[in-house]
Design a protein. Sequence first.
Lengths: 219, 108
Amino acid sequence: MKNILEFDSLTLSFDGLKILSSIYMQCQQGEVVGLLGRNGSGKSSLMKVVFGTLDAEYKSVRVNGVSIHGNYDQKRIIAFLPQDKLIPSYVSLRTAFRLFEIDIDEIISVAPAIKEFFNFKSQELSGGSLRLIEALLILYSPAPFCILDEPFTGLMPVHIETLKNIISKSKDRKGIIISDHMHRHVTELSDRLYLLTNGKTYEVKERERLVELGYLNSL
Amino acid sequence: MACYLHVSTSMRVILTFYKNFSWLVLAISLLGCWLIWLYGSWQYMIVVFWTKVLTNTLLGLFIHIFSPSQFYFFKNLGYSKTRLYTYTFIFDMVIWFIMSWLTIRMLT
């Protein structure tokens, strides 16, 4: 049976201004779900709420229809790649992968170029290389669901292609939610696409809908 | 076996976080031991205990304000801020207590 992550009835306000109000998203193990939205639309906030690092006034997060409450982070159901740096500067990459219980040889087999970096600390790497490694850390973590917030930021084209291949392969084991301003990469990867605008999510089945909802000027 | 693995993983996570500021908290523990050694009284442990509570709280606040992004890393490992701080504080206090106890033993 494939696991299903769903979240809805989510309300979030900052200083009385409603950021998120009418949300519904679903992600199944075996699919990539894209989340698009303009700057400031609340994509990152939505992801943080679902991951559990930002408190919402109300939220309902369910796995296989069963609501998960409280500190569900202990169960490691969702892994999250934030926009900010993930690996602390004082942690070596080898230590990070060990703590995440990831086989380093497996990582090297999918991305041989990063082999030389494993004894470095995160602060010793370029932003692009580090971003790729952090995305791998999340994609290969044991959690059945991954949320990636702007994974392509700072990556050079060859690394973007590598990451896209790895995301496509990883979806056999996981459900992946991905958000990025490089919308072409997101739409190309996604099996299901949502647009977040005015605090609401809309499922996008035709690309023309992105223009209708004001996300794109033209196709 | 599963319990051993869980404890071992938890210790590795806590040690990773602890390493970040261990030089400061261990320096305070050593200072406490030195005071006990110098004046020959265990009662200095009370002063050092409250000093450690205060410095650990300030350290927690400092990390919370100036380096909050590192918590995503630990949260992905299943450790919320509260759980991480609590376990690390207990770990530090146990080390300090053992150091103080050994110092008192050497005095007597």
